[in-house]
Design a protein around this ligand. Structure first.
Ligand SMILES: [Zn+2]
Length: 401
């Protein structure tokens, strides 16, 4: 199974480069600059010769060559829609059903024919609403296009239609459930697919245990469509079957070792908008342990932050991923947050940690391990359990406040 999966990934990589070189000016230019001939790329390993295109480069590319920076592989007049995301970035949508391939994630979450689903992503300008809508329709579901309507209006619509499921961000789901319960008419959502925002374990527990909603995550972006999705094990994201995913260390773009945080880089053979080594700017890590569900291939270990979240401390960049490397393996540490503050002209680097139940943190040892990785010795401060929120950013620059 595992071999089949890597072979498929190799085929997608070769196909995307060969198709992209013919139909995307941007891909053709990038390959030429790197001296890579399309025939040189026979698999994922050969992608290493191609420089990564960062998502952050799109606004400039698109402004210089509107509307798609030479990345569109079809005539603009053949598109179904043109969305606009923050950046600003223009996002093309082709005419095919389920253009963003969300169906895989929805079916893994148990959505299917007979489900009536409230989709609370905006349908206006940004692509989220129609991305999910396309996937839901392809999975045979009835869609209530809640979009960005008021919470009360969405609740009424879901109650009136007997909605069985929800798609949107998890925080809106919680608000809908709480308001409906307060009004004495609880919503009948059996399942939800959430994406577009973090799902801290405490929020998932509240939605599942407090309201009985089976919550699954999808990892998708406007440019790439579906990248990863959860199975019933809910332990990381399986890679969407149609794309190649690499996890590369920011800076030198070497493949990250298992468990090491790096940028999620996507190669997608989409006929309308092919992407070769597209840097999402998101950080994740590989988990190569086989999944109990039996699906082949490694999983992404959730969202670990954004590239560029590095903070300069005493002239050195400290990155959330380095903190994860230093602190992640310590079983005594259940939560942590690094804070950079100023004492006069001096930067103060403090790492606050919470101990796991029944464990004692060796603060001096921990400070030494952090120093080995980030090259700056922190003050390690052990704080009481519950001090650091689940959704806290791992690295905060408090000098601007
Ligand atoms: Zn699985």
């Amino acid at each position: 199974m595992r071999e089949d999966w890597s072979e498929l990934q190799d085929r997608i990589a070769a196909l995307t480069v060969s198709y992209g070189a013919q139909h995307s000016d941007e891909i053709e230019r990038r390959l030429a600059r790197a001296g890579v001939r399309p025939a040189d790329v026979g698999g994922v390993a050969d992608l290493g010769a191609v420089p990564v295109l960062a998502k952050d480069e799109l606004p400039e590319l698109q402004a210089a060559d509107p509307p798609f920076g030479g990345m569109l592989a079809v005539a603009p007049g053949s598109l179904a829609r043109i969305h606009r995301s923050p950046g600003p970035i223009n996002d093309p949508q082709g005419t095919g059903a389920d253009f963003s391939r969300l169906r895989t994630a929805l079916e893994a979450a148990g959505f299917g024919p007979g489900d009536v689903v409230l989709n609370s992503f905006s349908y206006h300008l940004t692509p989220g609403g129609l991305m999910l809508d396309g996937g839901l329709r392809a999975a045979g579901c009835v869609v209530i296009p809640g979009g960005s309507s008021a919470i009360a209006a969405q609740t009424e619509a879901a109650l009136a239609a007997g909605a069985t499921g929800y798609t949107g961000i998890p925080q809106v789901l919680l608000t809908l459930l709480e308001r409906a319960e307060e009004s004495g008419r609880p919503l009948g959502f059996a399942r939800a697919l959430v994406t577009g925002a973090a799902l801290p374990p405490s929020l998932r527990a509240r939605l599942q245990d407090g309201f009985g909603v089976d919550v699954y995550q999808a990892y998708a972006a406007a440019d790439t469509g579906l990248i990863g999705y959860e199975c019933a094990e809910k332990d990381g994201w399986h890679v969407a079957p149609e794309v190649v995913v690499e996890v590369l260390l920011p800076g030198d773009d070497r493949p990250a070792a298992e468990g090491e945080a790096g940028q999620v880089v996507v190669t997608s053979p989409n006929e309308v908008y092919p992407l070769v080594r597209f840097g999402t700017g998101d950080l994740s890590a590989w988990n190569r342990a086989p999944c109990l569900c039996g699906r082949p291939g490694p999983r992404l270990a959730g969202f670990l932050g954004r590239v560029g979240e590095g903070v300069k401390v005493r002239g050195m960049f400290v990155h959330p991923r380095e903190l994860a490397v230093a602190l992640g393996p310590d079983p005594a540490v259940v939560r942590y947050q690094a804070v950079v503050s100023a004492e006069g002209a001096r930067d103060v680097f403090t790492v606050r940690v919470e101990a796991a139940a029944g464990r004692v943190i060796d603060a001096a040892g921990l400070a030494g391990r952090i120093r080995e990785v980030v090259k700056i010795r922190p003050a390690v401060e052990v704080v009481p359990s519950g001090t650091i929120p689940d959704e806290a950013r791992p690295l905060v620059d408090a000098r601007e406040e």
